[in-house]
Design a protein around this ligand. Structure first.
Ligand code: COD
Ligand code: ATP
Length: 197
């Protein structure tokens, strides 16, 4: 079974991904792959320079993620331009990794994709888990984790489908409003219910 793990920014996907790994399931992380595809020499980085200008690089030639983030989370059109450059490369690499893991004999594989529902990627997976928290908790945890302030956090949250809507599209919802242990317990119960563990 291919399980899609999604949620919103700072809703707790990494926590749930760790819980799934602890249960022996391999997890492919779209955020990690989206960093790989913009490394120096990658075609996606060349395209980013074409569209956003060479000032989007740091002195060492790597992508200035802070600068690009402050552009795309405040401008829908520029975000779409970036998405059109990065997402096909990420999708391609995720599918290759998924196929490798299946070929190696893994019965279940998890794809951790923050924008799975925004980008209609349900066809890549058999079931969807949404990690849910309400917007107040989401914003508080994001501000605390990234330290970029309330305004930045609000812009990032607004750039995604509201978690309330994602919840309605899930096969299973993990509520991450409580303690980390409570969340891990829900994950273990779900794996049991789905007869994976
Ligand atoms: C703009 C970038 C350089 C900012 O980098 P930064 O290190 O600050 O953030 P990071 O990549 O760790 O992403 C953190 C979270 O932001 C959210 N996010 C990232 N990109 C987007 C996007 N295009 N639209 C909506 N939310 C996004 C996701 O929830 C993600 O988990 C980076 O987010 C990026 O390259 N985004 C485009 C690729 C993308 O869509 N990634 C997300 C899933 S593939
Ligand atoms: N149950 C919890 N109780 C308290 N803090 C939590 C809980 N779950 C997650 N956090 C904290 O909230 C922040 C966001 O969690 P996490 O990084 O797992 O979210 P994410 O969905 O993976 O985020 P992103 O989409 O940005 O990668 C982290 O700082 C994490 O330590």
């Amino acid at each position: 079974m291919v399980i899609g793990l999604t949620g919103g920014i700072a809703s707790g996907k990494s926590l749930v991904a760790d819980a799934l790994r602890e249960q022996g399931l391999p997890v492919i992380d779209a955020d990690v792959i989206s960093r790989e595809v913009v490394e120096p020499g990658e075609p996606a980085l060349e395209q980013i320079i074409e569209h956003f200008g060479p000032e989007i690089l740091q002195f060492d030639g790597t992508l200035d993620r802070k600068k690009l983030g402050s552009v795309i989370f405040n401008d829908t059109e520029k975000r779409q331009v970036l998405n059109q450059i990065i997402h096909p490369a990420v999708r391609q690499r995720m599918m290759t990794k998924r196929d490798d893991l299946v070929r190696e004999g893994n019965e279940h594989v998890v794809l951790d994709i923050p924008l799975l529902l925004e980008n209609n990627l349900n066809f890549l997976v058999d079931r969807v888990i949404v990690v849910y928290v309400n917007e107040a908790i989401q914003k508080r945890r994001l501000v605390e984790r990234d330290g970029r302030g309330e305004e930045d956090a609000a812009a990032r949250i607004k750039s995604q489908m509201p978690l309330k809507e994602k919840r309605d599209l899930a096969d299973a919802v993990i509520d991450n409003s409580g303690t980390e242990q409570e969340t891990k317990t829900q994950v273990n119960e779900l794996l049991h219910q789905w007869k994976i563990k």
